[in-house]
Write a protein that binds this ligand. Structure first.
Ligand code: SF4
Length: 277
């Protein structure tokens, strides 16, 4: 069986940057805390815990110390609370996510009703939406447009960085009837687009697709959904030991795609197991 690993697999720029920043910070100051996991990959987060980068659920879990802001960012109120506590902060928010936050601030200042397309429970959306007054932000998924939207004089639109361009275009097109004046920012991350395109190509030529990444990772879930539409024999795993031999029955080509927070060592283990089978 031929095994093809997508070219753009493993850590993206934002994830690598966040981990490097946190490691360097921890080298200098000792134990550091992130509120929520620094990236959405449990195996990497466990490894980092051992080197002093610890996850807390909420700010009140620690009295003092050093905080690393994770790649997805944190809501404005929590940032202010950290500052009030006098804790030292290192901001490891991905610059693409920070860019979205700046657009939200800009739209808010200019008086736009802001529409953010994405998962309202995702930390990135919680972060960027916290930079405009609550009544100025509408969080949209593909299903809730009619329920949530009324006509607005000016509508500003942006999306979660891991969104697919097709979904974004489809939803943005539906929004056209809700205003006369628009400002639309394409905030999809270029890395996410590359991975999605490679997934399509690979799924089209593979008999089985293995998508590696955290089960809590939005971009990995997106890649899995894209692949499933083309190749129903698509499996989303976090680690190599989840692979079942029967998944590969009769396959001549196995395609491997990894989400943006999947480390190289897990990809190598998956390749090794596939070769063994
Ligand atoms: S996928 Fe894109 S937006 Fe998300 S952390 Fe990586 S580089 Fe940043």
């Amino acid at each position: 069986m031929k095994i093809i690993v997508a070219k753009n697999s493993g850590f993206c720029f934002g994830v690598r940057r966040a981990i490097d920043l946190a490691k360097n910070f921890s080298k200098n100051v000792g134990v550091v805390y992130t509120i929520g996991p620094i990236i959405h990959n449990p195996q990497v987060v466990n490894k980092l815990e051992k080197s002093g980068i610890k996850v807390i659920k909420k700010l009140s879990d620690v009295k003092n110390g050093h905080i690393v802001i994770r790649a997805h960012g944190i809501p404005k109120k929590i940032l202010n609370d950290i500052k009030k506590k006098g804790m030292k902060i290192l901001d490891a928010t991905c610059p693409y996510v920070t860019r979205s936050k700046k657009y939200v601030e800009e739209l808010s200042k200019e008086g736009y009703q802001i529409v953010i397309i994405g998962n309202p429970n995702h930390p990135e959306i919680k972060y960027i939406s916290s930079y405009a007054p609550k009544d100025r932000v509408i969080l949209l998924t593909s299903e809730n447009i009619q329920k949530k939207l009324k006509y607005s004089k000016k509508l500003g639109i942006l999306t979660q960085t891991t969104q697919s361009p097709e979904n974004f275009t489809k939803i943005a097109a539906k929004l056209l009837r809700y205003s006369n004046e628009f400002k639309i920012f394409n905030t999809i991350c270029p890395d996410a687009i590359n991975r999605q395109n490679e997934t399509v190509k690979l799924a089209n030529k593979s008999d089985v697709m293995i998508i590696i990444g955290g089960k809590n990772s939005a971009n990995t879930k997106r890649l899995t959904n894209i692949s499933k539409k083309i190749q129903r024999r698509t499996h989303h795993i976090e680690t190599a030991d989840e692979i079942k031999k029967e998944w590969l029955d009769g396959s001549k080509i196995a395609g491997i795609v990894a989400g943006a927070s999947t480390p190289d060592w897990i990809i190598k283990e998956v390749v090794k197991i596939l070769k063994f089978y």
